[in-house]
Design a protein around this ligand. Sequence first.
Ligand SMILES: [Zn+2]
Length: 392
Amino acid sequence: MAVDTCQACGGSRLEPFYEVRNIPVHSCLMVDSREAALAFPRGDLELVFCEDCGFVQNRLFDPDKENYSPDYEETQAFSPRFMRFVEEICADQDRKYRLAGKTVLEIGCGKGEFLVRLCELTGCRGIGIDPGVRPERLSSPALERITFIRDFYGPEYAHLSADYVCCRHTLEHIQPVRAFVALVREVIGRREETVVFFELPDMKRVLEELAFWDIYYEHCSYFTAGSLARLFRAAGFEVTHLYRAYDDQYLMLEGRPAAAPTRARLPLEDDLEETRLLVRRFREGIATRLEGLRRDLAAWQRQRRRVAIWGSGSKAVSYLTTLGLGGEIAAVVDINPHKWGKFLAGSGHEIVSPDRLRELRPDVVVIMNPIYTGEIRADLETRGLAPELVPL
Ligand SMILES: [Zn+2]
């Protein structure tokens, strides 16, 4: 059932601007065979922009199609660059909020790596909730201070009180975003000292860079700094910090419960007009962008250059299925050993280890996330390979 009101503000002036039909409903679920990967369930995406608050949502998203489970392999913890980022966040949050001895609740803790690292580095206690959590994979002396709950967060967990609530890369998977943030606020109640910390992809960069590979079915909700702050203020929070991180790919919001309504006051909040323009530019430019990439791939094929993709996460699935690619790509590589021998939903490519590139000897490696370019170049060099690197 298509949504016709804004899930962030309730408004009904929704402007459609991007559409992709028949895309895999998951891009991180591990698929065991090529057949299953090709036959993977599909859904439609139509992004709409809310004229009132700037929130962007897939109005055709169907939550019943989602089947999030421990097979979900979203972790980036195998990348040193990513783990350094995690440690920077932990240090920054500890400096601001002195977490030693406090209780941290992480909603949507994924495999639990962030929570474990936060507890190790700061001395806090932790509660992590996620339907995909795999505590058996973790080892740390801090685990004795952490409780994991394998479930979705909801009103039944209202009794879990915490001094600090964090939620990283989860809100973009939630359709009723206003109801969700309101629930977090309600659970905090009058405990005014509680801090909330949210981290999620920044839609401004996606719009600016026409980065369609960052748009996929599981992400039904897309925020810019302004639309995120507007949602938190409307739900009864004071927004204390609003900034970007990880080469501006991610948005970070920190706040506290407010007793009375608050007003926008941070520099990044006033972005509605700018977002409107970016949405228009995206709508006008995306077809040319897709055409250009298809042309590059066709040229490489004519020149018989072997093309590999580095990174097998959601970006790769979106890139391959949006462009309708198959045999043009010789290999999809990932450094996460849990993914090797599995297949990409939609396109059916097998995910292989970087070691396999020794035999494949690619001429071009398309890098799904430019932030890893240095890491990938070094890895290829140790294998005696120097293909052309094309970061997206
Ligand atoms: Zn809205």
